[in-house]
Design a protein around this ligand. Structure first.
Ligand code: NOJ
Length: 757
């Protein structure tokens, strides 16, 4: 190349380049969609890499200490997709660094944890949150839990639990929103919005998980893990409704359940996971198994070995396997043998990767250490206190003994749960700590002054049988103006695997209460428990009863404020309260039967004449010994003020099937204090293609009224909300006659009627 040629060429190049740089429009690159990103990534993954994306590994909840080398190696080799129960920010970031920098495809991990009713700031248990009937405060609680947990690197919680619980013997009723599909659906949406926030990819949003799909709450006999037999109409009309609400609210993940549903374990249940969840509901998020629930299909007798368990689970639509490792060990050979298609595995992996993209993990894999305190802040504690106070249900208040007036100077605080910080946190509180918890004893000492509170537990823990502490408790009671007894269940008596056949107060609590009542001092019973507690032995021995659930970190001050009357109780039961365990399963939205119980037809067991003939007792659906009514109905709860209901107006008493029911009533605060009332709307369809429930909750509104204030409360309910699944499984609203009630609970209310044309 001679010199002049080089100069000429350079000149031409420079000219061309400058012309290009002035005139050419760079091609527009549309940002890739998540699906396109998944396509590109999938194209690079080997079969082993794909199988790695279906694995969740980790440790049991309480293991502390350094990260296991085996876990690090598995992450480094791309054999782990999600990690459960690693919560330390340094360990989270270390594992994430290994995944992002050292694993073959740099795919980030998702860190997960059971953040069920709070992370460090523990809120009242989910059943208590449902008792607030306050979606805003439930959403706020979930948001706080998300903020606190994400500060430690957790981006996925296994909540909300959306199982309908019609049987209080089932220990996990504590984690549920109770028995009603409408209330549970409202709570489901609030939780999803709270956990996931407005933008799932924001670093303080965490993916929520609708669990346990499905039917887990219908465990026969209330015994955890037991078989559930649910006819399809009931499944769709009751049990699946909160799950559908969570799906519609945009929940990111679902978890299968431990139980078999109509004979098919949930983790191998194509009908649930494919027909309903994917095909009908069009869910495009991710499905995880429950802990070992894939391998437990062998024990169920649904799979011969772990290879078949993997085959059944992945073919049913379980995308990620929690804890057990049947996918890791068998998917390769199952695909080779044609028992699982590559397309099926690809689908599972795509669902996993979609979640990771939606969480923004590819862009922001690491957790930034918070610059200001992220947990147990004053605002978080205040929200937990508000939620706990709002959950308190005043069940009995003879002679308005509550609130404790200024005439009550000296209070005897008694009972095994008065100063039991661990127990008041309730079930599923891995990260909440006793040291951060304010007990009722502490709070009452602060409120009433140390010298005015005399404390004697009487029983060291809820199950204790010994009466050794009774004498001190009685002595304390004798020197007081009033007794506040904190009883109920320790947290260990409720939750997973903690079902109880006897729903009474455990240990010698009944006996202690009876002794205390003999002092003649007014007795207030505050129950802390994960479920309704039967009170038949003690109800007439106490003057007031407050259900406080397991109220969490701020339970003490919340209870003290209600006892003192600073907060007017507004909680309402999300579950029917039994008189005796033998009434379970017990729920308000039962069907009528051909022989419904009536007051007239009921002869109590002690009134039956000796030698009476069968026919003299009448034939209706009741128990001779327990009658036919619960202790307290669903929706029940008292206030320190009183509310009256008047002037029910059914605005349109003939409604087209595509129309709306409009109905209103006037609610007045007729007492002397400001108070919050939960106005409930129930409907009954009188005749149907299938027999219909005696009442179904279709709406509620919380209103706060000053003394003397009145408010017209109006509901507008689409007739479509009255649809149910018919014998032919079609969902339809029937023309015909209906009743409607606006009332305080499922057993009261102003009654009206309407027809659908
Ligand atoms: C088993 C429980 O059933 C489930 O609710 C929980 O999320 C998982 N274990 C993970 O701890």
């Amino acid at each position: 190349m001679n010199h002049s040629y080089f100069l000429r060429s350079s000149l031409v190049f420079c000219l061309c380049f400058s012309v290009y740089s002035f005139t050419a429009v760079p091609p527009k690159h549309k940002p890739k969609t998540i699906e396109q990103k998944i396509d590109s990534l999938m194209a690079t993954l080997s079969l082993d890499d794909k199988i790695g994306q279906t694995a969740q590994r980790g440790t049991s909840s309480r293991v502390k200490g350094p990260l296991a080398e085996a876990l690090k190696t598995a992450v480094r080799n791309g054999r782990v997709s999600s990690v459960i129960n690693v919560v330390d920010i340094d360990k989270v970031n270390e594992l994430q660094r290994i995944a992002v920098k050292e694993s073959p495809h740099h795919i980030p991990l998702i860190f997960s944890r059971d953040v069920i009713h709070g992370f460090k700031t523990i809120f009242t248990i989910p059943l208590g949150q449902a008792a607030t009937w306050d979606a805003e405060s439930v959403e706020a609680g979930a948001r706080i839990a998300a903020n606190e947990a994400s500060a430690s690197g957790i981006r996925w919680t296994f909540a909300p639990m959306l199982d309908i619980a019609r049987d209080a013997r089932w220990g996990r009723i504590a984690e549920s929103a109770g028995e009603d599909p409408y209330l549970a659906s409202v709570m489901a949406k609030a939780c999803v919005n709270g956990f996931q926030g407005k933008d799932l990819s924001s670093p303080n949003s965490i993916a929520a998980c609708a669990k346990h799909f499905a039917g887990y709450g219908a465990a026969e006999g209330g015994r955890d893990y037991n078989t559930a037999n649910i006819p399809e109409q009931l499944l769709r009309d009751i049990y699946l409704k909160p799950f559908k609400a969570a799906k519609d609210a945009g929940i990111a993940t679902f978890m299968t359940s431990f139980n078999d549903l109509n004979g098919v374990p949930a983790s191998g249940n194509r009908f649930l996971l494919k027909t309903i969840l994917r095909n009908e509901w069009k869910f495009d998020g991710m499905v995880v198994s429950d802990w070992n629930s894939v391998s437990e299909m062998i024990t169920h007798g649904f799979a011969t070995d772990s290879s078949q368990a993997a085959e059944k689970a992945v073919n049913a639509g379980v995308d990620m396997e929690m804890a057990s490792n049947t996918y890791e060990h068998h998917l390769k050979e199952l695909i080779r043998d044609g028992k699982v298609t590559l397309a099926q595995l690809n689908q599972a992996v795509r669902n996993v990767l979609r979640l990771k993209y939606r969480l923004g993990l590819f862009d922001h894999p690491y957790t930034q250490a918070p610059t200001s305190p992220a947990v147990l802040t004053a605002a978080n504690l205040a929200a937990a206190k508000k939620s706990a106070a709002g959950s308190l249900v005043l069940l009995k208040n003879s002679n308005n003994i509550l609130p404790l007036t200024s005439a009550v100077h000296k209070i005897a605080v008694i009972g095994p749960l008065a100063d039991a910080p661990h127990d008041q946190l309730g079930t599923w509180t891995f990260d909440g700590e006793s040291k951060d918890t304010q007990t009722p004893l502490n709070a009452m000492r602060q409120y009433w002054g140390k010298d005015n509170i005399s404390y004697a537990a009487g029983l060291a823990y809820s199950r204790q049988h010994s009466h050794a502490g009774f004498a001190d408790a009685i002595a304390a009671a004798k020197n007081a103006d009033a007794i506040v007894f904190f009883g109920g269940e320790e947290s260990i008596l409720s939750g997973e695997a903690h079902s109880r056949a006897d729903l009474g107060l455990p240990g010698s609590q009944d006996s202690l209460l009876m002794e205390l009542s003999k002092t003649g001092k007014p007795v207030v019973l505050v129950i802390m428990a994960g479920r309704p507690i039967t009170l038949s032995h003690v109800l007439d021995k106490v003057d007031a009863v407050v259900m406080a659930w397991h109220p969490g970190t701020m339970g003490g001050p919340a209870i003290a404020e209600v006892l003192a009357g600073e907060v007017n109780p507004s909680g309402r039961l999300p579950v029917t309260w039994p008189k005796t365990s033998g009434q379970e399963p017990l729920y308000y939205n039962h069907t009528n039967t051909g022989r419904p119980a009536t007051k007239e037809a009921y002869v109590a067991i002690d009134s039956i004449p000796v030698g009476a003939w069968q026919s003299s007792l009448g034939n209706t659906s009741h128990y001779l010994d327990a009658g036919y009514l619960p202790q307290y109905p669903f929706g029940y709860g008292l206030s320190y003020t009183s509310f009256t209901y008047d002037d029910l107006q059914v605005k349109n008493s003939a409604i087209p099937v595509n129309g709306r029911l409009r109905v209103s009533a006037q609610i007045a605060n007729t007492g002397k204090r400001k108070g919050t009332e939960t106005v409930q709307l129930y409907v009954q369809q009188l005749t149907g293609d299938l027999v219909r429930p005696v009442r179904e909750l279709k709406g509620f509104k919380r209103i706060t009224l000053e003394p003397g204030q009145k408010q017209m409360v109006e509901f507008s309910i689409p007739a479509a909300e009255l649809a149910y699944h018919h014998q032919n499984l079609q969902l339809a609203t029937d023309p015909g006659k209906y009743k409607v009630w606006i009332g305080k609970n499922a057993a009261e209310g102003l009654e009206g009627s309407f027809v659908i044309k």
